[in-house]
Each structure stands twice: as structure tokens, then as C-alpha cells.
Design a protein around this ligand. Structure first.
Ligand code: NAI
Length: 326
């Protein structure tokens, strides 16, 4: 079996340190993997150290490791690009500065993917602001079909699953049809309207006050809570969610269930075409499909619209910066 060529950007960062070991130890299945570690030049020595540890783990499925600071080299012939590296917000940066710094990174990486990636490439963006970074990369890779780009909302989905499991006492494996809509930000909406616990409607098992006052804010602000508790941002769970999302995209969602994935909108559910927004999706053999025809109640409508409005503001900001055409 030929190895799956996986490029990981931000390879020497916190998420990378967890993600690479999950990929090498069979997180995506039993196909051998070849890892391409992309870092900025100043962090290459750290990436070398991570590569040494990967080697020292003697993973049976790891067929090669390469380190690069040139995205064209890292993406050359790649089947999967996990875009984790991004510029974090520092105290002296406003929102425009953050979008601009990341826009530059994802413009360059979009172009490099367009030039160098393999024909089967799938691009999953974890680095924040993930949805808009995915939009910028996609626009800068015009030869790659738009459906090959997605942004990670699987961590939000997993957090929602875990909270519902805790509340109902059911294992996460007994919960299905949960959806996270919109942006990977505090405006995201974790929708339980269609969710089932052991086949029963979730909303018959929990009261509305818990959903509104406890569940939704807990899921939306979980990242901040982890930073407060750990003194560092959620890295292992973000890496785990990245593995889950990639595995389901390349493989498939279980029959009767779906997952949450931020993908390029085709206008479904009133989400403006072209925005990279989280939807309920089923996947099979490297393709995703938005689950159509779900009823959206007025509360959900309001929450979805608010998150999508934020995505439109981010899109307009990167347009104004000249990072995507008008
Ligand atoms: P980190 O700061 O520990 O690591 C980021 C790494 O990216 C650094 O090693 C840096 O040198 C590298 N990098 C920066 N620019 C790069 C470029 N142009 N090319 C290659 N590498 C580059 O950050 P951490 O904790 O690993 O998080 C990474 C990103 O993931 C952040 O933007 C964070 O906000 C985001 N994140 C997203 C989540 C999601 O659910 N979508 C959840 C948690 C974090």
C-alpha cells in the first residue's frame, strides 16, 4: 500500500506535538503514512527535535519524515494537508492585524497547494481563524476543487458530545445527529434539536434551561476554560479532533449519523454561498455532503444567523485587505 502523504503545518507547535504522533500511530487507519513537517525557518530546529522523537518511536506505519520551511516542498504530491500553523494574536494586535497576518500565511499556502499538491489533496484548516483561513486558502488555490477545503469544527462537536454524554449518563457512542453550525468561535451553535441519545430525542431528556444556560455557553467557551485551567490552550483535544475529522473525511461517517464540518456553503440553510461554515455533513470515501432538509426552529435560526453574520464580517475584512477578490 502506498503511504498517505500528509503535510502538517505548525509541526513544532503544541497541537503538532500531539497530532503527529497520533497520525504516525495509526490514527487514520492502517495505511502507512509519510509525514511532511512544515515550520517557519526560526522553528526548524524544534521541528528537527520532533522528527527525532517520531523516529525514536519506531512506529510501524511511519514510512518517512521530511522537514521543510518551503510550503511547496511540504505540499509536493501531498494527499492531505493539515494546516495547523497560524499566527497567534499578541497583545499589540487588533483583529485586522490578526486577519492580515494569517491571511498572508494562508494566501501563500493556498498558492503552494495549488502548484504542488497531489491530485487527491484534501485540506483541513485547524489554525485560527480557521473558517476564514480556509476561505483564503481556497480562493488562492483555484485549480483545486472548492470541496477539497474544510475548517475544523470537530473539536466543538466533540465538546458538545461530551457535555451531553455527561448530562445524560450515556456514552458518546450512543449519541448521534448532533450539529455544530457556523464559525469556530464563541458564536458557534451546538444544535441538539435533531440529536438522539440511545435513539431518543435529546431534547426529551434535558430541559431547555440547561441547554440555553449551561450546555451552549460551556461548549462555546470551553477553549477559554481550558486555558484558565491548564495555563495553555487546548492542544491534545484539538489534535484529537483534527485526527477524527481527517479520518471521517477520508473514510466515512457511520450510517444514520453525521458529523460537523466547516465546508464551502452552496447556499444550504440560508448560509451565503462561498462562506466556509459548519454544517451537518455525512462523508464517504473522501467526499462530504451537507445533510439537507432538517427543520430549523426559530431559536436555532437566530443562533445560526448570528454565527454566519460573523463569518460574513470576517470575509468582508479579508476582502478589504485585498486577500480575496470582491
Ligand atoms: P502554537 O503557537 O503552539 O504552534 C503554532 C506553530 O505554527 C508554531 O510552531 C509556529 O512556528 C508555526 N507557524 C506559524 N506560522 C507558520 C507558517 N506560515 N508555516 C508553518 N508553520 C507556521 O499553536 P497551537 O496551540 O499548536 O495552535 C495552532 C493553531 O490552532 C492556533 O491558531 C490555534 O488558535 C488553533 N486552534 C484551533 C482549534 C480548532 O478547533 N479549530 C482548537 C485549538 C487551537
Amino acid at each position: 500500500m502506498s503511504p498517505l502523504r500528509i503535510a502538517v503545518t505548525g509541526a513544532a507547535g503544541q497541537i503538532g506535538y500531539s497530532l503527529l504522533f497520533r497520525l504516525a500511530s495509526g490514527g487514520l487507519g492502517d495505511r502507512p503514512v509519510e509525514l511532511r513537517l512544515l515550520e517557519v525557518p526560526s522553528t526548524l530546529p524544534k521541528a528537527e527535535g520532533v522528527a527525532m522523537e517520531l523516529l525514536d518511536s519506531a512506529f510501524p506505519l511511519l514510512s518517512g519524515i521530511e522537514i521543510a520551511d518551503d510550503p511547496r516542498r511540504a505540499f509536493d504530491g501531498a494527499d492531505l494537508a493539515l494546516l495547523v500553523g497560524a499566527r497567534p494574536r499578541t497583545a499589540d494586535m487588533n483583529r485586522g492585524d490578526l486577519l492580515s497576518a494569517n491571511g498572508a500565511i494562508f494566501t501563500e499556502q493556498g498558492r503552494a497547494l495549488n502548484e504542488a499538491a497531489g491530485a487527491d489533496i484534501r485540506v483541513l484548516v485547524t489554525g485560527n481563524p480557521a473558517n476564514t483561513n480556509a476561505l483564503v486558502a481556497r480562493v488562492n488555490a483555484p485549480d483545486i476543487p472548492a470541496e477539497r477545503f474544510s475548517a475544523l469544527t470537530r473539536l466543538d462537536h466533540n465538546r458538545a458530545l461530551a457535555q451531553l454524554a455527561l448530562k445524560t449518563g450515556a456514552p458518546v457512542t450512543e449519541i448521534d445527529r448532533l450539529t455544530v453550525w457556523g464559525n469556530h468561535s464563541a458564536t458557534q451553535y451546538a444544535d441538539l434539536t435533531h440529536a438522539r441519545v440511545r435513539g431518543q430525542d435529546a431534547l426529551d431528556l434535558v430541559d431547555r434551561a440547561w441547554v440555553v444556560d449551561d450546555f451552549l455557553p460551556t461548549v462555546a467557551h470551553r477553549g477559554t476554560a481550558v486555558i484558565q485551567a491548564r495555563g495553555a490552550s487546548s492542544a491534545a483535544s484539538a489534535a484529537s479532533a483534527t485526527v477524527d475529522a481527517a479520518r471521517d473525511w477520508l473514510g466515512g461517517t457511520p450510517a444514520g449519523d453525521w458529523t460537523s464540518m466547516a465546508v464551502v456553503s452552496d447556499g444550504s440553510y440560508g448560509v451565503a454561498e462561498g462562506l466556509v461554515s459548519s454544517f451537518p455533513v455525512t462523508t464517504s470515501n473522501g467526499r462530504w455532503r451537507i445533510v439537507e432538509g432538517l427543520d430549523i426552529d426559530p431559536f436555532s435560526r437566530e443562533r445560526i444567523d448570528a454565527s454566519v453574520a460573523e463569518l460574513a464580517v470576517e470575509r468582508d475584512a479579508v476582502r478589504q485587505l485585498g486577500l480575496i477578490p470582491s
